[in-house]
Each structure stands twice: as structure tokens, then as C-alpha cells.
Design a binder for this molecule. Structure first.
Ligand code: SF4
Length: 344
């Protein structure tokens, strides 16, 4: 049989490939926070109380809960003398003081890069400055960082939504900057949440510098290395994609920002907690799907998303080259001391 040149050609099935962003997923601060909970459970046994989700990922929290971690929001929910872990997002000075008053044993999983911002805020305040924090209202990191200021010397109004601290103001957008008034524009500094969109933060910083030319910037960028690397990787990947899937929980700031970064590149983008949220119709007419994960999302969830995409017709998986991250943070000394004492 020969081909009939007059018969219509069969439509080719679209080739659907997957690009994997690099780096993606766990950062050093998340790794450390999870290890702290696991080691505390191993050393002291359940229950170990954890103030707030130790990292913003439902899968991680569920696994730790199954091992005996008890997640609470406020310290008065736990018995006096208990052991509590502070989440990677950090806490205010008021929370630390409350833990001390209640005789709690604290293992601090605050990411050292968040602690760095806390120290900056304390130094700036000690130098008599008012501080502007660029961040997202209601995020625990913002509450913890703004809560590093606990004096009332300036008399400046605290932000309504964050009732801790004085002399520190929260802004999210250039419009917030436009409506902001401070006591003394000559003695002003700013810090940022660690997980912001670099592009959005740059716009707010530009507005701050235009309005307050004397404003002091942090010594080094507060947006952390992991946030920057993951956003850069999305920008590189999104250029070649017509769909981007970010694995991350809805309350994960850095995962949300990754989805926005992809969208700002003009690519359709979704954030999903796990493979079960993937909708087959998203793939319709698409050729290349980019996949990444927020800093709190484990690789196992990425693997499951890839498997699901393959059952929906995706073929080849290509992992992109990216920055190699080698950051590792030490565990809190009081935890390592407790563990080594137990081994003796
Ligand atoms: S995203 Fe950045 S600041 Fe947050 S835990 Fe990870 S390394 Fe630390």
C-alpha cells in the first residue's frame, strides 16, 4: 500500500515536555527548622510544641504532627514548663519574654537570615532611627521583625494591624509609601521581609528613596539567597514555558512570589499544594511546562507532580542548570548540647 497524497494528514499530538527549575524547594533555613523539630522529638519524646507552622507547608506539618509535634499559635495554649520550638519565621521580643516567664524550654528554629534582620532592626533602633519594614501584613515574619522594637521613645504610631512595637511602620506597596508619615525623615531606615518578590521590593525601595532621600538601607540585602535564587531560576525557565506550576502551600510567601514572578513573565502559572490539585485542562494546548517549588516544599511533592503530568501526557523531563547552593546553618546550641549530654 502506498500513501495517498490526497488524504488529509493526521494531526500530530502536541509534544508536552517538562522543565524543572534549579534551584527549587527546601532552603537551608527550612532544612534546619525541620531537623530541630525532629531532633527535639527524638531527644525529649512527644509532645513537642511548635509555635506556628514550623515552615509553611502542609505536607511537612502533617508529617511532623504524626511524629508527635503539636502546633499551637500562642504560648498560653501549652502547659507551663513545656518544650516549645519557635518557627522559622521568628518571633517578637514579647513572645520570647512570655516563654521565659512561663518557664518554657525553647529551641529556636528562627532562620538565621531572619535573625540577621532582627539584629539590624535592633541596631537601627538603638541608633535612634525610625524603621520602615517592607513586607506583607499579617505574615508571622513581619510580626516577629516588627516586634523587635518594644520601646515607646519616639511616640511614633505603630501600624494598626501589627499591635507590637513602636517607631516601626509597615509598607507593602509604593502607594503605602505615598501615604506614610514619619516623625523624623532624617533618621530613617528600612528593612524587608526575607521572602519578597525582588522586583516588587525594588519598586517600594525606589519610592522610599524618592520620598525620603536620607533613608538608610540595610548593609546587605534582606531578601534571602534562597528567595533570590528561586526567583532568578523561574525567570530563566519561564522564557521557554507556556505553563508554570509551583509546588507550595497557600500560606507560603516565597511560593506565592514564585507564581507571581512566572506570571509577570507573561506565562500562565498556578501554585498547588500537591499533585491532586493539578487540573488536566491547564495542559490543553501547552507544549512546555515549567515546574518549581517554594523553599518550604519537599522534593517528594515535586516528584508526584511530575508523575501526574506524565500520566496526563508529558514526556521528557529536563532539569535546568542553576546556582549550586551550599548554605548550611548550625542547629541551636542548646539543642546540640542537650543531645550530646544525652549521648554521654
Ligand atoms: S526562605 Fe530564606 S529566610 Fe526563609 S527560611 Fe529559607 S533561607 Fe531562611
Amino acid at each position: 500500500m502506498t500513501d495517498n497524497p490526497s488524504s488529509p494528514a493526521l494531526p500530530l499530538a502536541p509534544v508536552l515536555d517538562i522543565l524543572l527549575a534549579n534551584p527549587r524547594g527546601f532552603c537551608a533555613g527550612v532544612d534546619r527548622a525541620i531537623i530541630i523539630v525532629e531532633q527535639a522529638l527524638e531527644k525529649f519524646g512527644a509532645p513537642i510544641y511548635v509555635r506556628h507552622e514550623v515552615v509553611h507547608n502542609k505536607f511537612v506539618v502533617d508529617v511532623l504532627r504524626a511524629k508527635g509535634a503539636v502546633f499551637i499559635e500562642e504560648l498560653d495554649e501549652i502547659p507551663t514548663g513545656s518544650t516549645v520550638i519557635f518557627s522559622a519565621h521568628g518571633v517578637s521580643k514579647a513572645v520570647r519574654a512570655e516563654a521565659e516567664v512561663r518557664g518554657l524550654t525553647v529551641f529556636d528554629a528562627t532562620c538565621p537570615l531572619v535573625t540577621k534582620v532582627h539584629i539590624e532592626v535592633a541596631k537601627m533602633r538603638a541608633a535612634g532611627m525610625e524603621i520602615i519594614m517592607i513586607g506583607h501584613k499579617g505574615h508571622p515574619e513581619v510580626e516577629g521583625t516588627m516586634g523587635q522594637i518594644d520601646d515607646t521613645k519616639t511616640g511614633a504610631d505603630a501600624v494598626e494591624s501589627v499591635p507590637v512595637g513602636k517607631g516601626i511602620y509597615l509598607v507593602e506597596t509604593p502607594d503605602d509609601v505615598a501615604s506614610l508619615t514619619v516623625m523624623n525623615p532624617q533618621k530613617l531606615a528600612f528593612v524587608t521581609q526575607t521572602t519578597l518578590s525582588m522586583d516588587d521590593a525594588a519598586l517600594v525601595i525606589h519610592a522610599l528613596k524618592a520620598k525620603f532621600p536620607q533613608i538608610n538601607a540595610p548593609k546587605s540585602d534582606d531578601i534571602c539567597y534562597a528567595t533570590q535564587n528561586r526567583q532568578d531560576a523561574i525567570k530563566i525557565m519561564a522564557k521557554d514555558c507556556d505553563l508554570v506550576i509551583i509546588v507550595g502551600s497557600p500560606n507560603s510567601s516565597n511560593s506565592n512570589r514564585l507564581r507571581e514572578v512566572a506570571e509577570n513573565q507573561g506565562v500562565e502559572a498556578y501554585m498547588i499544594d500537591n499533585a491532586s490539585f493539578l487540573k488536566p485542562e491547564w495542559l490543553s494546548g501547552k507544549h512546555k511546562i515549567g515546574v518549581s517549588a517554594g523553599a518550604s516544599a519537599p522534593e517528594i511533592l515535586v516528584k508526584e507532580v511530575i508523575e501526574k503530568l506524565q500520566t496526563l501526557g508529558a514526556n521528557q523531563v529536563q532539569e535546568l542548570q542553576g546556582v549550586i547552593e551550599s548554605v548550611v546553618f548550625q542547629l541551636p546550641r542548646n539543642l546540640t548540647n542537650a543531645i550530646s549530654t544525652a549521648k554521654k
